[in-house]
Write a protein that binds this ligand. Structure first.
Ligand SMILES: Nc1ncnc2c1ncn2[C@@H]1O[C@H](COP(=O)(O)OP(=O)(O)OP(=O)(O)O)[C@@H](O)[C@H]1O
Ligand SMILES: [Mg+2]
Length: 212
């Protein structure tokens, strides 16, 4: 059974003459351990689909479920975790506390996972620093670590390599592939061919429609 199921979703924003239709009858399923890349031109609806999969928005038509429940009712980061395109980190917290926040909420001990993720994503030298005192690429890798800290059933990542140099792209992609190997369903919106190459499947959106 799929972890993420998007069934016949149509979605847009606004009303009247300001209305924008974004997604048209989109269906997509991602199974446990599957690594799916979402490709498509700017404005094709990748972030919108990520928001729906992560339950940050509710579909106007159709259905989005994660682990059998409506995505917009799932608030548990052990079930679905997200890296928004703008990272969504908490400014008042350190890098380490941002990464560990889902574990603190879940009442689990994040120490071993934090150490492993900090090593894998090259965060170790600045984990104690305030997150705003790090570079944009470092913040992005912090958000990736936060998404993976609880080994969620589904991880949704919107352009997680956009601020990375070549070496760090390799690290981010390896961390996502490792998460998928351990059973996480991974959905990554990306323009980055290096992510498409390791994905099990590339789903292409064009003007809000799935074309492959
Ligand atoms: N809140 C909103 N109100 C109105 N239009 C919106 C809103 N959010 C997104 N859109 C429009 O929906 C369309 C799809 O946006 P989306 O952010 O999903 O694209 P994307 O594929 O992620 O693009 P990019 O590659 O640039 O990140 C765009 O035309 C965008 O302008
Ligand atoms: Mg986007």
């Amino acid at each position: 059974m799929s972890v993420l199921e998007v069934r016949a979703v149509s979605h847009g924003y606004g009303a009247g003459t300001g209305r924008v239709e974004v997604l048209h009858d989109v269906s997509l399923a991602v199974g446990p351990g599957e690594f799916v890349a979402l490709a498509g031109p700017s404005g094709s609806g990748k972030s919108t689909l990520c928001h729906l999969a992560a339950g940050l928005e509710s579909p106007e038509r159709g259905e989005v479920t994660v682990a059998g429940r409506p995505a917009d009712q799932v608030t548990d980061w052990a079930v679905v975790a997200v890296v928004p395109q703008q990272h969504g980190l908490l400014a008042g917290l350190s890098v380490a506390d941002n990464v560990c926040l889902p574990a603190y909420r879940a009442g689990s001990d994040p120490a071993p996972t934090l150490a492993a993720l900090a090593e894998a994503l090259d965060l170790s030298t600045f984990t104690r620093r305030g997150v705003l005192e790090t570079s944009l690429g470092e913040q992005q890798r912090t958000a990736v670590a936060r998404a993976l800290v609880l080994s969620p059933r589904l991880a949704v990542l919107d352009e997680p390599t956009g601020h990375q140099d070549d070496d760090h792209v390799v690290q981010v992609v390896a961390a996502l592939a490792a998460a998928a190997r351990s059973g996480t369903a991974v959905l990554v919106a990306t323009h980055d061919q290096r992510v498409w190459e390791v994905a099990d499947r590339v789903v292409r959106l064009d003007e809000g429609r799935v074309i492959v």
